[in-house]
Design a binder for this molecule. Structure first.
Ligand SMILES: [Zn+2]
Ligand SMILES: [Zn+2]
Length: 273
């Protein structure tokens, strides 16, 4: 659940060092069918499939390295019997999804193209608005970040709902009442009444003025957004790659309390909604 680049070393063992990936399964289903983002954590989804090839959709929030570099290392999907759809935000350039992904994954930058992975792969784009994906209702909204179109998603199965805003720069729209950034309509709509808001928490308050330029949010913003949107819990992700386990423990302590429930994401956690 790291942002920007993986973190390795003894200071990063407990919370883990891979970049973003969230796997969603329907209630009672044997395996996840919808994966949000393809960071280096994607390789671990193979272990959830009990040896079976992946059949489902990988939905990307945007195309920055930390959200796509796991794609060729998802061995359950690079498999002769896999059936994979990759969806990404419609690009202002009008380029198709496969062409866009080839921009980061093709020789000389990588040995193969996404279209050369084994199994059945298809590539498509998502427009803002509502759609059905793998039996989930998915609402996509464009949110401010930096350098490339970025979507936040709200995913519901009719019983539970989750909002996913992994890279979000609310200060791009202004400081807001508290200086943490604007609580703008798209963020509030995505997070409204969800069971869990999974949100960018890259920055600590002392870092905001120097680092907001990189396009991220304060942990404090994520928690306040969950209050305003009446989200039941908030999962803080996109930890700065230099943030040690001890610093993340301090973050968890800072937001300890009954409402909203704040979870500082560690790699491999499972949430039952
Ligand atoms: Zn990121
Ligand atoms: Zn990003």
């Amino acid at each position: 659940m790291r942002g920007s680049t993986p973190a390795t070393g003894i200071d990063f063992v407990r919370y883990g060092g891979d970049t973003l990936c969230l796997a969603l399964a329907h209630d009672g289903a044997p395996a996840p069918t919808l994966v949000l983002d393809a960071g280096t954590g994607l390789k671990s989804v193979t272990g959830l499939l009990d040896g079976a090839p992946f059949a489902g959709t990988i939905l990307l929030s945007h195309l920055h390295w930390d959200h796509v570099l796991g794609l060729p290392f998802f061995s359950a999907a690079d498999h002769p019997d896999a059936n994979v759809t990759v969806m990404l935000p419609e690009q202002q350039s009008g380029d198709g999804a496969a062409a866009v992904l080839c921009g980061i994954m093709s020789p000389p930058y990588f040995p193969i193209r996404p279209t050369e992975l084994r199994g059945e792969w298809s590539f498509g784009t998502v427009a803002p608005g509502g759609q059905q994906i793998q039996g989930f209702t998915v609402l996509a909204r464009e949110i401010p970040h930096k350098g490339g179109r970025t979507f936040g998603y709200r995913v519901s199965d009719g019983h539970s709902a989750l909002a996913y805003l992994p890279d979000h720069c609310p200060t791009e729209l202004g400081p807001g009442e508290d200086g943490f950034g604007e609580y703008h309509p798209a963020a509030l709509e995505l997070a409204k009444d969800v069971d869990v808001l999974v949100h960018d928490a890259q920055l600590f308050p002392a870092e905001l003025s120097a680092e907001a330029v990189y396009g991220h949010a304060l942990a404090d913003y994520a928690v306040e957004l969950s209050r305003r949107a009446h989200a039941r819990s908030v999962v803080l992700i996109h930890h700065r790659h230099t943030r040690t386990d001890d610093a993340l423990d301090e973050l968890a302590l800072r937001f300890r309390g009954p409402s909203p429930r704040v979870i500082v994401a560690a790699q491999g956690i499972t949430l039952d909604l």
